[in-house]
Design a protein around this ligand. Structure first.
Ligand code: HEM
Length: 133
């Protein structure tokens, strides 16, 4: 018995998630395709990094630390976000998770991000939502 809850994966803790989020957004900010969207939208980077660490903590450690509406946050920026940006986001996420996380955790976090990216992409591309945000 490992003592882990069902959906917890060994080697994931708050410190590691914070390190991962810092590394990932450093790469995002420096990226020519997606960096400008983030740099224009986010003024308070320490706050954004804390929020994203809380988001992944809720997903990976079921901590309930994240309280927010991620879909709405992206709909606000729908005029600037293109489908290709999601592919780039996921490449940078794969690199960061592989560098910072044990392999099983990295795979799980890549799969979760890919599913979320797909749902954001569908929502942002939906004609039914045009004019929102
Ligand atoms: C094309 C890819 C993406 C772009 C350009 C993007 C851009 C952004 C921007 C600009 C914000 C700040 C929103 C604001 O406060 O004005 C944001 C917030 C956020 N993003 Fe993304 N994002 C992308 C993909 C993703 C994916 C795939 C995930 C999850 C796996 C994600 C999770 C979040 C979360 C949790 C927040 C914080 C929402 C809140 O304020 O509670 N993003 N994103």
């Amino acid at each position: 018995m490992s003592g882990l809850a069902f959906d917890e994966i060994e080697g994931v803790d708050e410190e590691g998630l914070a390190r991962l989020v810092d590394r990932f957004y450093a790469a995002v900010r420096a990226d020519a395709l997606i960096g400008p969207v983030f740099n224009d939208a986010i003024d308070d980077w320490p706050h954004h990094l804390d929020k994203l660490a809380a988001f992944w903590s809720s997903l990976m450690l079921t901590s309930g630390r994240y309280k927010g509406m991620p879909m709405a946050a992206h709909l606000k920026h729908r005029a600037r976000i293109t489908p290709a940006m999601f592919d780039r986001w996921l490449v940078l996420w794969r690199e960061a998770t592989e560098a910072e996380m044990p392999p099983a955790a990295a795979r799980s976090m890549q799969a979760k991000a890919a599913r979320i990216a797909e749902s954001f992409k569908l929502a942002l591309g939906s004609r039914a939502l045009q004019g929102i945000g």
